[in-house]
Design a protein. Structure first.
Length: 277
């Protein structure tokens, strides 16, 4: 057998590592993280921002009483449309992000590309949500901001921590026409919360909010779930899927990174667009 780049990369253990791929343990044993998995072709094609014009993107400042802070609100519309006349989908950012997270991901261009592909036009609203999983902590209540201060919202989407927030929002706003989540950062138990260092006011507070503990309350809203096979949130995604039987499920190659989210954003926007009108 000849020496290949893969064998060299892992110091001669390439065959053994490749043999494990079929049984789903690569996440635990493969050195190098997503970069190495991408080298082996396990994370799929790298998603890219479409080469189309960004539509109107406006940033406003909201004095949020719910959050006790000035927050940025970014409203995005497809090229050729104005947000005021379109139904709106709120898009919730991941941990460490802010209202501009969706802009950097390419949302304005993805919206234009979606409409050109035949998706019903709609606007996307992104807002600063902090890092407390979009739930109340020490008087900072982003869920109340979503329900009381952002006006009419017809659908929701979220990525990673934002998926947690979008599912919480769906419980509070059962009239949503669609919810699309990717790489859902959910917690099977309190020990997992503590291991990740995530802040909730108490274990009871986490139990009150954890989407996996309240899936019976989000089954009325059409749900789409996306997750990559090399994503650490995959187990949580499978649990969510088993409990909610989503209208759309997509488990494909991918990791917890922009390269994967940019690849699936067209599918998420199409899912929302089919239902938001």
């Amino acid at each position: 057998m000849g020496v290949t780049r893969r064998t060299v990369l892992f110091g001669g253990v390439g065959v053994g590592v490749l043999g494990l791929a079929g049984v789903g343990v690569l996440t635990d044993v493969l050195p190098g993280g997503p970069r190495a998995r991408r080298f082996l072709g396990l994370t799929g094609p790298v998603g890219k921002i479409p080469d189309v014009p960004a539509g109107p993107t406006a940033t406003t400042r909201l004095a949020s009483k719910a959050r006790g802070a000035l927050v940025n609100v970014v409203t995005m519309a497809p090229d050729g449309f104005t947000a005021e006349k379109l139904p709106k989908c709120v898009a919730l950012h991941g941990y460490g992000g802010d209202a501009n997270w969706m802009v950097s991901l390419g949302m304005p261009q993805f919206l234009t590309a979606a409409v050109r592909a035949g998706v019903q036009p709609f606007a996307v609203v992104s807002v600063d949500g902090g890092n407390n999983y979009w739930v109340e902590y020490n008087g900072d209540d982003p869920q109340r901001m979503l329900t009381e201060e952002l006006g009419q919202l017809d659908a929701a989407m979220g990525i990673s921590m934002g998926a947690f927030g979008a599912l919480c929002f769906a419980r509070r706003r059962p009239s949503l026409k669609a919810v699309a989540v990717a790489s859902p950062s959910l917690f099977p138990n309190w020990a997992d919360v503590q291991k990740r260092g995530t802040r909730f006011a108490s274990e009871q507070r986490w139990e009150d909010e954890e989407p996996l503990r309240h899936t019976d309350l989000i089954t009325e809203t059409p749900l789409g779930v996306w997750c990559g096979t090399e994503d650490p949130t995959l187990e949580a995604a499978h649990s969510l899927i088993a409990q909610t039987h989503p209208a759309r499920t997509a488990i494909t190659s991918g990791a917890h990174e922009d390269a994967y989210w940019r690849r699936i954003l067209p599918e998420m926007l199409a899912f929302v667009g089919e239902r938001i009108a």
